[in-house]
Design a protein around this ligand. Structure first.
Ligand SMILES: O=C([O-])C(=O)C[C@H](O)[C@@H](O)C(=O)[O-]
Ligand SMILES: [Mg+2]
Length: 446
């Protein structure tokens, strides 16, 4: 559908892959690369508005984004319900998609299927279209989604075990120092709390044997009594280990995130946790959250029927956009499942999009995750700030952000200069710079 009457017809789509500095953050698969690929999408309309979107920038995503960009010319930015069909038509099957049960090596985001890759790409276009539509009409994106129900969105501090620097001095230096034990984790949390006002804390686990991570969470609980805490080992533990950690930390955790891999294992852990608390209803035990076993609409039925997860971490990138995130929220609400938000390395465009959609979801009962405080580089003229751990919901047209073309060009030049070694995020390959024999650990790791 074109929309010439309102100047909403798309006349140009620009794709700019970039490499963004990322600190040496550890997870169960390895360590973050010194630079991580992202794709910046600009959609320009006949009326002269340019909307911004952002998504994964790895080569498999770029391969899908190119045909989709071409196919959007001449369509309206309002034609969002047609995007999935268009993507299916023009994108074909992406390279690198794998079947059920496969795990995405870079992002720890569950299965990597052709459909999910397409959704991850089209979400960036959807956001850019909404931004252009909002800029044209003078409305914020949240208004196009039905309106905000809150003025500020709460985020949690995303704590990582980390090294002081990347192996071999690669990447951009920072002054965080290493965090490899409970004291380091607490110091990191304290700095996040003092700088951004965060009052809830998530520790990325699956890095050290569970007892060390239990000690780190206990240290956080001692430093921040009564504050919501989460631990996420990205499916690294067996069912018995998951149950043991849950029992040891049940009094201080808000939720336990993806302790074990797969819906069946999560269901076993959830059932055991309910059983461990006599008289507890399905929701009364320590809740389990996921961004790994419920990552597509197809995965919902089994997980909810088995009561495998009590909280889903939405991510508009791989769920297919802001409107699909709201659909996911509605399904969760229907089944009494809670909602929170997952994050991967991202820039300000995605943070703005996350904030806009989060503002419209009534039952977002938990602070959202965001990697953004770790990102020292951005493509915006002004960084988005956190105060009291919250981001103000912009009421300016579209996403309420401005692209810094010089910054974008500089980060794109870095991508162009790369020999290909960093264009696909691979945390295990990054780890091999420190430990040449490293391979992605099999799960369960403990
Ligand atoms: O499980 C999660 O929360 C994530 O997948 C978030 C990130 O991918 C995180 O694990 C990372 O970047 O190392
Ligand atoms: Mg997670």
């Amino acid at each position: 559908m074109t929309d010439a009457r309102h100047g909403l017809t798309i006349t140009e789509v620009r794709l700019t892959p970039v490499l963004v500095a990322d600190p040496p953050l550890l997870n169960t698969q390895g360590v973050h690369q010194p630079y991580i690929p992202r794709l910046i999408i600009e959609v320009t309309t006949e009326g002269g508005a340019t909307g911004l979107g952002e998504t994964y920038g790895d080569t498999a995503y770029l391969a899908l984004a190119q045909p989709l960009a071409g196919a959007l010319i001449g369509r309206s930015v309002t034609d969002l319900n047609g995007l999935p069909e268009l993507a299916a038509e023009v994108c074909g099957d992406p390279p690198g998609a794998t079947g059920a049960g496969a795990v995405d090596v870079g992002g720890l985001r569950g299965v990597r299927t052709a459909g999910k890759l397409r959704l991850s790409v089209l979400s960036g276009f959807e956001v850019a279209c909404l931004d252009a539509w909002g800029r044209t009409t003078g409305l914020p994106v949240h208004a196009l989604l039905g309106g905000k129900v809150r003025d500020r969105v709460e985020f949690s501090a995303y704590l990582f075990y980390r090294w002081a620097e990347h192996p071999g001095g690669r990447g951009e230096p920072d002054d965080w120092g290493a965090a490899l034990d409970p004291a380091g984790v607490v110091a990191q949390a304290r700095r996040f709390a003092d700088t951004h006002g965060f009052t809830s804390f998530k520790l990325k686990g699956g890095v050290f044997p569970p007892d060390e991570e239990i000690a780190a969470v206990r240290a956080l609980a001692a430093e921040f009594p009564g504050r919501p805490l989460r631990l996420d080992p990205n499916g690294a533990w067996s069912v018995p280990t998951s149950c043991r950690v849950a029992d040891e930390l049940a009094d201080v955790l808000e939720y336990l995130e993806d302790p074990t891999s797969g819906t069946a294992g999560m269901a076993e852990v959830a059932a055991a946790l309910r059983g461990a608390r006599p008289g507890a209803s399905g929701r009364a035990g320590l809740p389990l959250a996921t961004n790994m076993c419920v990552t597509t609409f197809d995965e919902i039925a089994e997980a909810f029927a088995r009561d495998a997860v009590q909280i889903v971490l939405a991510d508009h990138h791989y769920w297919g956009g802001l409107r699909n995130t709201r659909e996911l929220a509605a399904v969760c609400r229907t089944f009494g499942v809670g909602l929170s938000m997952h994050s991967n390395t991202h820039l300000g465009i995605s943070l703005a999009a996350m904030t806009q959609v989060a503002a419209t979801v009534p039952h977002l009962d938990h602070a959202c995750d965001s990697h953004y405080p770790w990102q020292t580089e951005d493509v915006l003229t002004e960084r988005i700030g956190f105060s009291d751990g919250r981001v103000d919901v912009s009421d300016a047209p579209g996403l309420g952000i401005t692209l810094d073309r010089d910054r974008l060009a500089a980060l794109h030049r870095r991508w162009l200069a790369d020999d290909g070694g960093l264009r696909d995020r691979d945390d295990a390959a990054a780890m091999r710079h420190a430990d040449p024999g490293w391979v992605t650990p099999a799960t369960p790791r403990w």
